[in-house]
Design a protein around this ligand. Structure first.
Ligand code: LRY
Length: 223
């Protein structure tokens, strides 16, 4: 099987919300170029505009569409239309929330099939537990990623990444496992590969200078 993301690779998530001084596709494109020059093999980006912009780096793009609402807990690519615009913008891979939680859209098993069949894109399943990873593989997801570990109501957010989930998935799932979420040091990223991950996604600690500054400031100021 040929995968768009290479095995053993680092993927960099280039995202900045509206309240972030680096919000905007010009900044995200620059982040993607810097990530590529530093050795990233893929980029994760939010929204059609940013997906289009980060394509400048010439790397495979994992597109997501964050749609926040008070009514539904699922916000990462909750429906088919939110996936379609990403593919139209150039995304090679679509990431979506594959938890069983309620959403303003189709069930994840339907979304996975339609994204593969109708849009011709690989599917990147964002999950939070072993059971969700097993289900997403059965539904046909290309990659299984620990993105949501610690971010669902029924999982615990540990200070570090959930390496145990990577290990558990690697033992039970044949699809490539991606480690994502709080991989905040190079050593932790390496530990993910050693635990059986096919690739690692790093966001905050590479592309969010405000959060990186906070880590330093906390130590320096003792705050
Ligand atoms: C839970 C959720 O919405 N995660 C998002 C998914 O796209 C992003 O906000 C994260 O930055 C990304 O997963 C990378 O993780 P980290 O920034 O910890 O390296």
């Amino acid at each position: 099987m040929n995968y768009k993301l290479p095995k053993g690779s680092l993927i960099v998530s280039c995202q900045a919300r509206a309240d972030n001084p680096l919000h905007g596709s010009v900044f995200m494109a620059a982040m993607a170029l810097a990530a590529r020059d530093g050795g990233a093999a893929g980029i994760r980006a939010n929204g059609a505009e940013d997906v289009k912009a980060v394509k400048a780096a010439g790397l495979p793009v994992i597109g997501i569409n964050k749609v926040f609402s008070d009514a539904y807990p699922v916000y990462i690519t909750p429906n088919f239309d939110s996936a379609r615009v990403l593919v139209e913008a150039g995304a090679d891979i679509i990431a979506l929330d594959c938890t069983p939680r309620s959403r303003d859209g189709e069930a994840p098993e339907i979304l996975i099939r339609r994204i593969r069949d109708e849009l011709g894109a690989e599917v990147f399943a964002d999950i939070s537990t072993l059971e969700e990873g097993i289900a997403a593989e059965q539904w046909g997801a290309t990659y299984i990623s620990t993105t949501l570990a610690g971010y669902t109501e029924y999982t615990t957010k540990t200070p570090g990444p959930d390496l145990d989930l990577v290990r558990a998935l690697a033992a039970r799932v044949k699809a490539p496992i991606v480690a994502e979420g709080r991989y905040n040091t190079p050593e932790l990223a390496r530990a993910a590969i050693d635990a059986g991950a096919y690739a690692v996604v790093v966001g905050t600690m590479i592309t969010n200078p405000r959060e990186i500054t906070k880590v330093f400031a906390k130590e320096v100021l003792g705050a």
